[in-house]
Design a protein around this ligand. Structure first.
Ligand code: AP5
Length: 222
């Protein structure tokens, strides 16, 4: 099964992607994670995209198309994939439709998760990620206190290491979040409607608990 998951920043795309890929035994391809990994490793790609990403702007279309073409040509995608964070512009969507035709692939479902801006700002202001296991969590679910260890990995034994490992993303300040929301509205929503001309799309209400949203998605994927 091939799935594209779209929606504004912080709506829960990454959170929902985790159970979907496990359930469907498909590969999770997050363009944001790929780019952040490149920044962390200090590669040429990372150096090119760091400033743009921290400002909440979009990385160039040509670079993203090259990245996706390369990723979808790798062997591990044969049983299916879930794309999270791509396409982000109408140009990417149109080029992606052409690329899929060329690769003789399709999209079984495009999921567009929606939630109001204030809820998104609230979620992202509280998001923390573990550098060691990459798990994403939220301070509201942790009593609004940054934990002294990562609840998800072996990082719990060493307090100093744990503190250094739990971080807030550079693009999760309120000003940048609001800018990213604007970028989503102007550039990424048109990408969804462009893709819908070729493949089936379902809109998902992103309000409610993680489980409630997961049930809505499961119903649509059945
Ligand atoms: P990317 O990494 O894709 O970021 P994003 O789209 O802004 O989305 P996020 O990862 O911020 O949020 P999410 O929806 O995954 O939410 P999460 O599950 O973490 O892209 C980052 C940047 O990379 C872009 O700005 C751009 O510069 C560049 N880029 C990437 N792809 C590109 C492309 N194709 N073209 C050009 N540039 C590109 O959840 C958020 C928080 O909410 C968490 O704390 C979570 O625990 C919590 N939460 C989740 N669900 C719920 C719920 N139901 N109730 C309460 N809390 C919840």
């Amino acid at each position: 099964m091939n799935i594209v998951i779209m929606g504004p920043p912080g709506v829960g795309k990454g959170t929902q992607s985790h159970w979907i890929v496990e359930d469907r035994k498909i590969v999770h391809i997050s363009t944001g994670d790929i780019l952040r990994g490149a920044i962390r490793r200090g590669t040429e790609l990372g150096k090119k995209v760091q400033v743009v990403m921290n400002a909440g702007d979009l990385v160039g279309d040509d670079l993203m198309m090259e990245l996706i073409r390369d990723r979808l040509s790798q062997d591990d995608v044969v049983d299916g994939w879930l794309l999270d964070g791509f396409p982000r512009t109408a140009f990417q969507a149109a080029e992606f439709a052409k690329l899929l035709k060329e690769l003789d692939q399709g999209i079984d479902k495009i999921l567009v998760i929606r939630a109001p801006a204030d809820e998104i700002v609230r979620r992202l202001a509280g998001r923390i990620t573990c550098r060691v296991c990459n798990e994403v969590m939220n301070l509201t679910g942790l009593g609004n206190v940054t934990p002294t260890y990562c609840p998800f990995c072996g990082n719990s034994k060493d307090e100093e290491r744990a503190k250094a490992a739990l971080y807030q993303r550079a693009d999760d300040t309120e000003e940048t979040i609001r800018h990213r929301l604007e970028v989503f509205r102007k550039k990424t929503l048109p990408a969804a409607w462009t893709l819908e001309e070729h493949f089936p799309l379902a809109e998902i209400d992103g309000l409610g608990t993680v489980d409630e949203v997961a049930h809505r998605i499961a119903d649509v994927l059945e």
